[in-house]
Design a protein around this ligand. Structure first.
Ligand code: FE2
Length: 247
C-alpha cells in the first residue's frame, strides 16, 4: 500500500467537499447579485440594462488601464450593483421627466449609502463596496457622499463614474435624449480633473477614438456590440440640471 494511496483517500474528499461548498457559495453569490440587479432595473424602464452597460464599460476601461483580473471582476460586480441604493428612491423621482427639486436631489444623493446598508448584509463584495459607495465622488472633491478628491477616491469608483456617465449620455432617459459622439467626447474632456479622473478620461477617449463609429462589447460579454446612436436632435438639453442627472 503506497503513501500516495492513503493520501488520496484522506485528503481528496476534504478538498472535493470544500470545492463543492465554494462552488455553491459562488453560485449563490451570483444569484444574489442577479436578483438585486433585476430589482434595480425594473424600477426605471428607461434605464433597463443600464447596470449591465456600466459593468461592460467599466470592465473595458479597466482592462485598457492594465488592471489585474481580480480588480476587473470586482469592477464588473460593482458596475452591476452601483445603483442598488436606488431601490429606496421613490419611482416618481427616478422617472421624473423634468428637473429635480433640491429636495428630490437630496433624496437621490442618499443612494450610495443606502447601497452599503443593503450590501452590508452580505459578507462578500468586500472590494466592491467602496467602489459603489464612492461612485458619485468628483475628482475635485465636490461630489458625494464623502467629498473625497483625486487619489483618495478608490480607483474602481473613479472608473465607475466614467462608465456610468458614458451609458447615461449614450442612452435616452425620461429627462434627456441621447448625446452625439462628439458631444460625449466634449463632455468627457470638460469633466476631466473636475468631475472625472483625467487618467481614466484619457483611456476612455483613446478607446472611443479607436472604436470610431462603434464601441465593441468585451469578448466575455454575451451582449452584442454597442453602436453609437445617430445624431438625433436634442429634445431637452439637461443644461442646469444637477450633475447626477448627467452622470
Ligand atoms: Fe449612482
Amino acid at each position: 500500500m503506497s503513501n500516495g494511496y492513503c493520501k488520496t483517500e484522506i485528503v481528496n474528499p476534504v478538498d472535493a467537499k470544500r470545492e463543492k461548498l465554494l462552488h455553491a457559495a459562488r453560485r449563490d453569490a451570483r444569484g444574489y447579485v442577479a436578483a438585486l440587479v433585476t430589482a434595480v432595473d425594473a424600477r426605471d424602464p428607461s434605464a433597463t440594462a443600464h447596470s449591465e452597460m456600466v459593468a461592460t464599460y467599466a470592465e473595458t476601461i479597466g482592462r485598457r488601464m492594465g488592471l489585474g483580473e481580480s480588480m476587473i471582476q470586482s469592477l464588473r460586480s460593482a458596475g452591476l450593483l452601483h445603483d442598488v441604493g436606488k431601490l429606496a428612491v421613490p419611482e416618481a423621482i427616478l422617472t421624473k421627466p423634468g428637473p429635480l427639486t433640491a429636495e428630490e436631489f437630496e433624496t437621490i444623493k442618499r443612494h450610495p449609502r443606502t447601497a452599503l446598508d443593503i450590501l452590508g448584509h452580505l459578507r462578500f463584495l468586500t472590494a466592491e463596496k467602496p467602489m459603489i459607495l464612492h461612485h458619485h465622488e468628483w475628482y475635485d472633491g465636490s461630489g458625494y457622499p464623502a467629498g473625497l478628491a483625486a487619489d483618495r477616491i478608490p480607483i474602481g469608483a473613479r472608473i465607475l463614474a466614467v462608465a456610468d456617465a458614458l451609458d447615461t449620455m449614450f442612452s435616452r432617459r425620461t429627462y434627456k435624449e441621447t448625446f452625439t459622439l462628439d458631444r460625449v467626447r466634449a463632455e468627457l474632456r470638460a469633466g476631466a480633473a473636475r468631475q472625472f479622473d483625467p487618467a481614466v478620461i484619457d483611456t476612455t477617449l483613446h478607446w472611443l477614438d479607436e472604436a470610431q463609429d462603434g464601441v465593441p462589447a468585451p469578448a466575455q460579454s454575451q451582449k452584442p456590440s454597442i453602436r453609437f446612436r445617430g445624431r438625433q436632435a436634442m429634445r431637452r438639453l439637461p443644461v442646469g440640471q444637477p450633475p447626477d442627472r448627467l452622470a
